[in-house]
Design a protein around this ligand. Structure first.
Ligand code: AMP
Ligand code: ZN
Length: 405
């Protein structure tokens, strides 16, 4: 595979290297591998390996676009840790292999995994606890939404312009008998079924959801709260195209998310996030997990204004992440706790009990990731698990038949 070194039009300080690295695979579809090149404390170039020959000037131009729009506007911010679990990080690095060898985790495609047995028991045991927490502590209404989300809802929520790199859309065939005829008769002779489908299909106004809170904003759009604050909880499949950044169960294209969404006046949603943070930190402690809560930001893309918003997110502490150690010294965010001001209340015409635009907060957990961190830290042998974890899986069936709401 061809490898070339692309020198950056604008060199960047070393501390922004990780921000550049998070975006390189989205620069061009042919990039298979890359390495940042540093000199004198600055990142000066990128060594890129591509599947086919890619024009170096084009790569340089595209890298410059993301550096100018998304990377350089960011300032250096210290990682702020708000809470640290009392448990020390432990575990072995071969857990992913053990889970696949035991066939309770099986790869189904890029960033796609089947999970079963003990793995799904942990996943849905965690989900059951989170669901109980939402219902018992916050009196949340529990809903099950369709997987497809309307494109209009995502557009209204501002998702399209903030995260185009993640978006996965749904299409279907043109509703036309000639289309079906031409499609079916061409199947045998085509050597590119993907292109053949694309030639006969269209976007139909629906996408695959990148989170499950957007369904909730749509559901409540145009309504007024009849009390100071309300909460809605839901669980569903979510999809984010993570390009080559996908990794084992840490970073998936399709995963399962439990969210709790809060609506109310500013003070109540901020208080509810605080209370949710405290309850989840207690759960992490109870399960004997190492972890920490950090101030974080979202990986916005392609928009100078939004790149500036990342700083705002961090400085105003709009997003916290629960980071749990997994393998090889890495940690992953198993959950995030976000306040949005009145952004979604305004976009979806939701008012609080006093008739003002409602404020919102959402708390989301990636269940595969959370469960994976549990296995990384406590191993795949339930005999050696702490009692609280044993209790988490013994309180229900195997997770496939009796999945809790
Ligand atoms: P976010 O809305 O980005 O804060 O994501 C909420 C949670 O979803 C994260 O804290 C993760 O636990 C989970 N998550 C996000 N992206 C992925 C992914 N690509 N693979 C697995 N879990 C993810
Ligand atoms: Zn959300």
């Amino acid at each position: 595979m061809p490898t070339q070194t692309v020198m950056l039009v604008k060199q960047i300080p070393q501390y922004l290297g990780s921000e550049l690295a998070k975006r390189v695979y989205y620069v061009s579809p042919g990039i298979e591998e890359f390495r940042l090149i540093s000199e004198g404390g600055r990142v000066v170039g990128v060594e890129v390996t591509t599947s086919t020959a890619v024009n170096g000037d084009e790569l340089s131009r595209k890298l410059d676009v993301i550096i100018t729009k998304d990377v350089l506007p960011q300032e250096q911010l210290e990682t702020e840790i708000l809470w640290k679990s009392p448990h020390a990080a432990q575990g072995d690095d071969g857990v992913f292999a053990k889970l696949t060898d035991a066939d309770i985790v099986a790869e189904m495609g890029e960033g796609l995994y089947a999970v079963g047995g003990l793995f799904s028991q942990v996943m849905f045991g965690l989900d059951r606890r989170l669901h109980e927490l939402a219902v018992q502590k916050f009196d949340a209404d529990s809903f099950h939404y369709p997987t497809l989300i309307s494109t209009e809802t995502l557009q209204r929520a501002g998702y399209m312009s903030a995260f185009p790199q993640f978006l996965m859309t749904a299409s279907r065939f043109h509703s036309d008998v000639d289309t079906y005829d031409s499609f079916t008769s061409g199947i045998a002779s085509t050597d590119d079924i993907g292109k053949h489908i694309e030639d006969h299909s269209e976007h139909i106004g629906y996408c695959l959801p990148p989170a499950v809170c957007y369904h909730v904003y749509q559901h409540l759009s145009g309504s007024s709260l009849d009390k100071q604050s309300i909460a809605v909880t839901t669980r569903g499949k979510t999809f984010r195209f993570e390009a080559r950044y996908r990794r084992s169960l840490e970073r998936l294209w399709e995963f399962t998310m439990r969210e709790v969404v809060f609506f109310g006046d500013r003070k109540s949603v901020v208080e509810q996030r605080r209370s949710m943070v405290s309850a989840v930190c207690d759960l992490v402690d109870e399960l004997g997990l190492a972890g920490r809560l950090e101030v974080a930001n979202d990986p916005f893309f392609f928009n100078e204004q939004i790149a500036g918003y990342m700083q705002v997110q961090r400085v105003m502490e709009l997003k916290y992440e629960l980071c749990l150690p997994v393998e090889a010294g890495r940690s992953v965010a198993a959950g995030s706790f976000n306040v949005h001001g009145d952004k979604f209340g305004s976009a979806f015409g939701i008012s609080d009990a006093d008739g003002r635009t409602a404020h919102t907060a959402c708390v989301g957990f990636g269940l595969e990731r959370f469960a994976y961190a549990v296995f990384c830290q406590h191993g795949a042998d339930p005999g050696a698990w702490p009692d609280a974890l044993k209790a988490l899986v013994s309180s229900h069936g195997n997770g496939s038949a009796g999945e809790p709401m």
